[in-house]
Ligand binder design. Sequence first.
Ligand code: BGC
Length: 412
Amino acid sequence: MVHFPNGFLWGAATAAHQVEGNNINSDLWVLEHIEPTLFVEPSLDACDHLRLYPEDIKLLAQLGFNTYRFSIEWARVEPERGHFSTAAMEHYRRVLVACHENGITPMVTLYHFSSPRWFAAMGGWERPESLELFVRYAARVARHLGDLVQFATTFNEPNLPMQLRWLPITEVPIVKVKRMAKVAARAIGADKFGCFFLGNGDVLRDRMIAAHHRALEAMKSGPGNYQVGVSVSLQDEQPAGADSRRNQKCAEVYDPWLYAADKSDFLGVQAYTRCRVGKRSDLSPEPGAEITQMGYEFWPEALEACIRYANERVKVPIYITENGVATDDDERRVEYVRRALGGVLNCITDGIDVRGYIHWSLLDNFEWIMGYRPRFGLVAVDRATQTRSVKPSAHYLGEIARHNRMLPNPPA
Ligand code: BGC
């Protein structure tokens, strides 16, 4: 089979903090500008997408895509606790209008890792009132923008703190993390810096699952009529050795969120690589494995494995809301996409209800603590001039999108 189902969504994704630029009221901006910090460089202007979104959305449409996944920045919409910015909401309205004018279906994420700095200052997700504060923000967004939205997710990868727990202890600079959090708290005059990445995974899981369900209700009661889901980070978890704790890891890191997604309209699957799970923690890739700029294995087959894992736990439709590879060798990106989509087709052939593929990312962008070094974009960005250059992989995936079928040959 080479055809994808009718109405399949084909898109590329971004996240506000990674592309918009000058997100100065966010907690991550604080972390980027203190000493010591784990961030190799600050985000600064990022891809200036705050200004250049009309061109970026037009380009996405011209390439053949029909969907744009982007996030709304809580720190812009509510820069001080209880004070909402109409101007920021109007900005996101214009982004949504630009999508519609270009024949693009928007998929909006409400929370993609970054929080307002006041939220971090009050202790973040570990504080019980965080739930109501997030729901209030979600309700405001729904009221202002709901009529233009077709798909929304509450959270992007809310299971990440649980996933990070499995990193080998040698890869976690615990002392540096603690120092950074302490200095950040002092910088904003708080006792604790309640940032999502630094939160207690167990507390965050329970709080954010509750917040997801409540925000979903709030979004459903506003104007418009759209699908609401959640995007979960998955890896192709493979047992390494007879004493591997792979099943325990899956049960802790994925299953609670997959069951939450199952009570929603859809599940967003995000998958990049495979992981070998040992007795205590994740293990490094095997010697000789091809490693991407992120330090993990080039493994496009992860997507099929993750869809199958999720499908055993959810009955709702699945959208791939992120999948991609960090590399400067665009031919490897084409190869990655080709093999990942082959896996998607295998799943569809077996009757799994996969309804869309959204690539990470539209643009080379700010890859969190790793700065601008890893390049995931279908489109390169010269950050000195903010000039965009389309890579061959963008044409390859765009043509697949336009024809809604696999193409035999990547572009020469
Ligand atoms: C995140 C993105 C990130 C990407 C590549 C996902 O975990 O949602 O923000 O840039 O992976 O690392």
